[in-house]
Design a protein around this ligand. Structure first.
Ligand code: ADP
Length: 626
């Protein structure tokens, strides 16, 4: 029989999996049991919603059986089974979504990342087995098929015999090596403990034939050997358990089991509500961003169960977009099994649950911020941007919910601070919340526009992400304090001698400024003497609502409308350069033209804006030198 090849991508993954240095090889069993449980869920769900199928609870189970003599471990389930095509499609391809290309190979250091990220659960079997054989009979099919593979070199499929619907997976356990004891996966006690550890809450019985000794009947001290079938797992789903019976490890295991993420969750939220609406939920705030989080591929949503039966993998209606990073599940007795996607959207119960969950997530994040600052900052690094999008979208409807969760880098504290922290330490004479936008903290540190505000001793928030300024425009003011860009026309800083002097200079040099404005024509709205510059000769600022940073961002968008900031070229009258301008104005207009263009282009460079004609600019520089 001809061997079929795995798809190229799958093959590479498979090789990594087989040679994986991943230490926790035991998770292969968790993966196979989880698949078996899903398969039973599917048939269970069908039986509940389809009258032609009868469902007897006792006839659904998972069985784990080890055969030491033959070195095989068999996992049998009475689930929905797979057709020939399904065997081929489901087990012949890994990373169906092509997600591997997202991740560079060197980022995948061990099998750990792969399991979970790509749903390659089944392939974990190759970490402990040389040969994997799957015999399956699908519901509604008369034929059974056998899929077999020895690993990366491909697989075979042929017809097989199997009486009942379901799947039987047999692993030929690897021989021991110097580093690895594969034998342990044939030991009853070891298998029992792995099942207990990872799969205790699986809803269906996981059975094993267990050998033991017991007192012989009718005898005081004689023992007899026995073998009996035992159910190893407690079958109580974790979300139905009491919070104080559960450890952090239990929650972490559930997170991994469910493939919610490949990281260690930052926080879990266990909710049990028993009021007008009854539901249990386990939610997680991940630590790391999923690789596709900020892409179109990412789908938000929680698993939705109706009385213990999974009815939807990703119920998007349960989470607002700004909390789309939350993972987890909700189980409610009050939801109908037959509920369709369309009905769900209008379901009153579901809306209530969603509202409830939303509140809970918010309060948990707040308490994380308050009590576990480091963890919160870790979280914010990954998902802060999403919160800011949340503030910005829907015309700012959600700003009240979210503004207290925002953080920005502070010029004074040199770390992330909240708006509340900023406002609460504002000096009395400070009217505004000042911010500076730029590419990076280092860039903003050097912005000449910050000079006056910084000199006044005011704290400045650094906006380094595209969304920041837009989000802030939505908030407008926080605790009655308005936001103000350090590059905005009027900084709202009280007139002092600096100011008076500026006005004086302005009046005395009106013609000079008018002349310079003419040279630059419509490139700028105005040329002015600066009230904010201390050491730098020039900078650009903006009058009106649109700042220069916003112009940059808007124009980088695909459907840009060519929005322009009203740019103002500000000149530092205290700088030596100013004297050169004055004397050029008196004696050599051609020189003044040259200086004006140079200063303008320098201001553009400082802002990180492109120079229209770089060649002209360098030629101009040379003119000054010679
Ligand atoms: P995942 O479970 O994350 O989808 P797997 O590689 O573990 O990835 O499984 C691939 C697919 O193979 C499953 O989605 C399921 O459709 C099918 N499958 C695996 N094991 C079984 C099983 N025991 N019974 C029925 N179908 C199964």
């Amino acid at each position: 029989m001809a061997k079929k090849q795995f798809k190229a991508e799958s093959k590479r993954l498979l090789e990594m999996m087989i040679n994986s240095i991943y230490s926790q090889k035991e998770v292969f069993l968790r993966e196979l049991i989880s698949n078996a449980s899903d398969a039973i869920d599917k048939i269970y769900y069908k039986a509940l919603t389809d009258d032609s199928l009868t469902f007897e609870k006792d006839s659904y189970y998972i069985k784990v059986a080890a055969d030491k003599d033959n070195r095989t471990l068999t996992i049998t389930d009475t689930g929905i089974g797979m057709t020939k095509e399904e065997l081929e499609n489901n087990l012949g391809v890994i990373a169906k979504s092509g997600s591997l290309s997202f991740k560079k190979e060197n980022e995948i250091k061990d099998g750990h990342d792969i399991i979970g990220q790509f749903g390659v659960g089944f392939y974990a079997a190759f970490m402990v087995a040389d040969v994997v054989t799957v015999i399956s009979k699908a519901l509604g099919s008369d034929e059974a098929y056998k899929w077999e593979s020895t690993g990366a070199d491909g697989y075979t499929i042929e017809q097989a015999e199997k009486e009942t619907v379901g799947t039987e997976i047999t692993l030929k356990i690897k021989e021991n090596t110097e580093e690895e004891q594969y034998d342990e996966f044939l030991e009853e006690y070891r298998l029992k403990s792995i099942i207990k550890k990872y799969s205790d809450f699986i809803r269906y019985p996981i059975k094993m034939d267990v050998k033991g000794q017991r007192p012989k009947e009718g005898s005081e001290n004689e023992l007899e050997e026995y073998e009996e079938e035992q159910t190893i797992n407690s079958m109580v789903p974790i979300w139905r358990k009491n919070k104080n019976e559960l450890t952090d490890e239990d929650y972490e295991n559930f997170y991994k089991e469910k493939h919610y993420g490949f990281d260690k969750p930052l926080k879990h939220i266990h909710i049990s509500v028993d009021g007008t609406i009854r539901y249990n939920a386990i939610l997680y705030i991940p630590e790391k961003m999923p690789f596709d989080y900020y892409s179109k591929e990412y789908e938000k949503g929680l698993e939705l169960y109706s009385n213990g039966v999974l009815i939807m993998n990703k119920c998007a209606d349960l989470l607002p977009d700004y909390f789309s990073f939350v993972k987890g599940m909700v189980d409610s007795e009050d939801l109908s099994l037959n509920i369709s996607r369309e009905i769900l959207q209008h379901d009153r119960q579901l809306k209530l649950i969603a509202k409830n969950i939303n509140k809970k997530i918010k309060s948990e994040l707040k308490s994380l911020l308050k009590n576990e600052r480091e963890k919160y900052e870790e979280f914010y690094k990954s998902f802060g941007r999403q919160l800011k999008y949340g503030v910005y979208s829907d015309f700012g409807t959600n700003k009240e919910v979210l503004q207290d969760l925002l953080m920005f880098y502070s010029s004074k504290e040199k770390k992330m601070v909240t708006l509340d922290e900023y406002v609460s330490r504002m000096p009395e004479d400070q009217k505004f919340i000042y911010y500076a936008a730029g590419e990076s903290i280092e860039r903003i540190d050097k912005l000449p526009q910050t000079e006056l505000v910084a000199d006044k001793g005011y704290e400045i928030l650094y906006f380094t992400e595209d969304i920041d300024e837009f989000a802030i425009k939505m908030i407008m003011n926080y605790k009655e304090k308005e936001f103000k860009s350090v590059s905005s026309g009027d900084l709202g800083i009280d007139a002092d001698e600096n100011q008076d002097k500026a006005d004086e200079v302005k009046n005395e040099n009106k013609e000079l400024f008018d002349y310079m404005k003419n040279v630059l024509s419509d490139k700028v709205k105005d040329v002015r003497v600066s009230k904010r510059l201390k050491n730098h000769p020039v900078c650009l600022t903006a009058d009106g609502e649109v700042t220069i940073e916003m112009e940059k961002i808007l124009n980088a968008m695909p459907d840009n409308q060519n929005v322009k900031a009203e740019k103002v070229l500000e000149i530092n009258a205290n700088h030596e350069v100013f004297q050169s301008l004055q004397s050029a104005f008196e004696n050599d207009k051609e020189k003044l033209d040259l200086y004006t263009k140079l200063l303008y282009n320098q201001a553009l460079l400082i802002e990180g804006l492109p120079i229209q004609d770089p060649v002209e600019f360098t030629n101009d520089m040379c003119k000054v030198m010679v």
